[in-house]
Ligand binder design. Structure first.
Ligand code: 4NP
Length: 155
């Protein structure tokens, strides 16, 4: 048996989209009987040490996901070596990650919604919007999580 497959979800602030992805994917991986290392981080450091946004938590908890213990952190140089999948929420996160990563790890960096059958591959930033944005984030993340689980099971 090798080491566990590891997945890092990345957004801008690490308080809305990527912690939601971490919470949803942890639940779905556990339901599928997969033992994975799952974490999230932000490309920027506005909210380091803080819990996920209350609106993200409320929307996610209403669908049965747990945000317990999640704390905002910034993407670190060591993440590129450590994680097998480094999954960006939008194109801006993707290009920031590509700019930060050593060349040998570039292939690990992808858009999370590459694993969802949706046309627009970005999870829209819900931070400055209303409740519907947080529901959309969850819809997209649930679909991509199912796709990623199938992908990991097949590889
Ligand atoms: P996130 O959302 O990238 O999904 O965590 C944001 C959170 C905070 C800010 C922007 C986006 N901010 O500007 O503080």
């Amino acid at each position: 048996m090798g080491q566990s497959t590891s997945v890092l979800f990345v957004c801008l602030g690490n308080i809305c989209r990527s912690p939601t992805a971490e919470a949803v994917f942890k639940q779905k991986a556990a339901d599928a009987g997969l033992k994975l290392v799952i974490d999230s981080a932000g490309t920027h450091g506005y909210h380091i040490g803080k819990a996920p946004d209350k609106r993200s938590q409320a929307a996610g908890v209403a669908r049965g996901y747990s945000f317990k213990g999640l704390k905002c952190r910034r993407v670190d140089e060591s993440d590129f070596e450590k994680f097998d999948y480094i999954l960006a929420m939008d194109d801006s996160n993707l290009s920031n990650l590509r700019g930060m990563s050593p060349s040998q790890y570039q292939d690990k960096i992808k858009l999370f919604l590459d694993f969802a059958s949706v046309e627009d591959k970005e999870v829209p930033d819900p931070y400055y919007g209303g409740k519907r944005g947080f529901e959309l984030v969850l819809d997209l993340i649930e679909e991509a999580s199912d796709g990623l689980i199938t992908h990991i099971q097949q590889s």
